[in-house]
Ligand binder design. Structure first.
Ligand code: SAH
Ligand code: SF4
Ligand code: F3S
Length: 477
């Protein structure tokens, strides 16, 4: 029997990684991946619940699949990920032609559940326990991390891989659905993480991006010993073949001196820190229950500046959170101006059922005000990006080449010279004219042009850079 799988992924890096695992698992069960839902007999949507808009898009995609299912009733349609955990049976009610609902803590069950559906067992659902459904330990166990199987073809590129070090979140920011969908925070055992990293290195992976909702809060205690992120980085640094280590997302309160000095002292650690501030107003931060003040955040920025002066820091902001006044918003603008983030992701507040904010605070900022604040903050951040990127002109940066750029893929370039793209250690995107064979290499690139989001340059060869020969040594000596 044919087993053709189509999978579509939205949401954060966690979901990208989950899809990689599920595809690896299903391939082992005889499935092949196809590029179009119409060619598939199994369609999986890996979903996100972080904002209402993300969910609406999934429900409209399900609406399109309904027609497909009507024509091909034997087709299996599954919803996995955070929306599956959050909405559970509601998905069957809103889209009765869905066959499978699987939360992010139950992904290991997918092959078996698909088999049950195929053999006439009807609709299947596997979700984890709600956060208040029982004893802590039982709830914890119901959110299983699903990591050992890897599928290189599903990675961002063959040379880069995500590696989960932590699941869940215990911070309970009042606006956020993630502690409900992903369950309690749990650090994975260091031995598991290290052995997975070794496998990735053997598969040719050069950059590993460690994942956790609050990755720098990582903690694993066993046999009287506690491992934190800094210790883990030191061990990962020893692995041959791995050339770059990054980690996302950081929680401001847990950006310790020890972690920053570790990043400074380990050459493979990228000086790139994504540490969302969310707001620049203490009142708003308090209502968000973020656990820090603007002064705390600035203190953290000073610590970063002192220990890692070259670091690029990026952030997330929510505008239009409950009760946010013009003054509060101006304080966010001030924070963005003072911190000069490498980039910021800016979101309009979206009420999420089941969160503290949805129960206790009024979503009282009108949509037009949210949009205006979003645009204003974006324009300020873009101007900063443009100025700070311009400072790179004339400098040489080290680029891990990822492959042909979006532009050259779109143009269908197939000659020997194509526009290639990659990233600097501080996560800036660089484009240059090169060839496909450069993918996966670390190359020095001299920057000659810059826009808000991209640096452009040329690969430095021995002939373009005097310092390659050493100062004072004439070329060709
Ligand atoms: N764990 C990470 C990110 C989680 S979700 C962290 O703590 O930073 C990614 C981003 O989505 C958040 O940083 C926040 O800016 C945004 N976000 C989360 N819930 C939201 C909501 N209800 N409305 C709008 N944006 C939200
Ligand atoms: Fe959500 Fe806050 Fe946890 Fe991030 S730290 S996932 S924003 S609850
Ligand atoms: Fe979305 Fe779940 Fe990630 S809600 S942002 S996919 S953890």
């Amino acid at each position: 029997m044919n087993k053709r799988l189509y999978i579509e992924t939205v949401g954060c890096q966690m979901n990208v990684l989950d899809s990689e695992m599920v595809v690896a698992d299903l391939r082992r069960h005889g499935y092949e991946l196809v590029e179009n839902p119409s060619q598939a007999d199994t369609v999986l949507l890996n979903t996100c619940s972080v904002r209402e808009h993300a969910e609406e898009k999934i429900y409209s995609q399900l609406g399109r699949l309904r027609i497909d299912k009507h024509k091909h009733p034997e087709k299996t349609i599954g919803v996995m990920g955070c929306m599956a955990q959050k909405d559970q049976k509601i998905i069957f009610e809103r889209a009765p032609y869905v066959d499978l609902v699987v939360g992010p803590g139950q992904l290991q069950q997918i092959p078996e559940l698909l088999e049950k559906i195929r053999s006439g067992g009807g609709r299947q659902m596997a979700v984890s326990l709600d956060r208040k459904a029982g004893a802590q330990e039982v709830i914890r166990r119901s959110h299983e991390t699903f990591d050992p199987l890897r599928d290189p073809t599903m990675r961002p590129t063959p040379f880069q891989a995500y590696l989960r070090i932590q699941i869940g979140c215990d911070k309970f920011c009042t606006y956020c659905v993630v502690p409900n969908t992903r369950g309690p925070e749990q650090g994975r055992p260091p031995e598991q993480i290290l052995s997975e990293a070794r496998v990735l290195a053997e598969q040719g992976c050069k950059e590993i991006i460690l994942l956790g909702q609050t990755v720098n809060s990582y903690r694993y205690a066993a046999d009287g010993q506690t491992t934190r992120l800094a210790g883990l980085l030191r061990q990962l640094h020893e692995i041959d073949g791995i050339e770059r280590l990054k980690f996302v997302t950081n929680y401001p309160k847990d950006m310790s001196e020890d972690l920053l000095t570790t990043v400074r002292d380990l050459p493979k650690c990228s000086p790139y820190l994504h540490v969302p501030a969310q707001s620049g107003s203490d009142d708003v931060l308090k209502r968000m229950k973020r656990g820090y003040t603007v002064a705390d955040y600035m203190e953290m920025m000073e610590r970063i500046e002192r220990i890692l002066p070259e670091a690029a820091v990026s952030s997330d902001f929510i505008v239009g959170f409950c009760g946010e006044t013009d003054e509060d918003f101006q304080k966010t603008v001030d924070l963005v101006r003072r911190c000069r983030f490498k980039n910021s992701f800016i979101f309009k507040y979206s009420v999420r059922p089941g969160t503290k904010a949805s129960e206790r605070l009024e979503d009282d900022v009108p949509e037009e005000v949210k949009s205006a604040r979003n645009n204003e903050l974006l324009a300020i951040q873009n101007a900063i990006c443009e100025e700070d990127n311009a400072a790179f002109i004339g400098r040489t940066v080290e680029v891990l080449v990822e492959g042909p750029s979006k532009k050259s893929v779109k143009r269908g370039d197939d000659g020997p010279l194509v526009q290639m793209t990659g990233r600097t250690p501080c996560d800036r995107i660089v484009v240059f004219d090169g060839n496909r064979r450069q993918a996966g290499h670390l190359l020095p690139v001299v920057i000659h042009d810059a826009s808000a989001h991209t640096l452009a340059g040329v690969v430095r060869t021995q002939h373009t850079g005097p310092e390659v020969f050493g100062i004072g040594v004439p070329a060709g000596a």
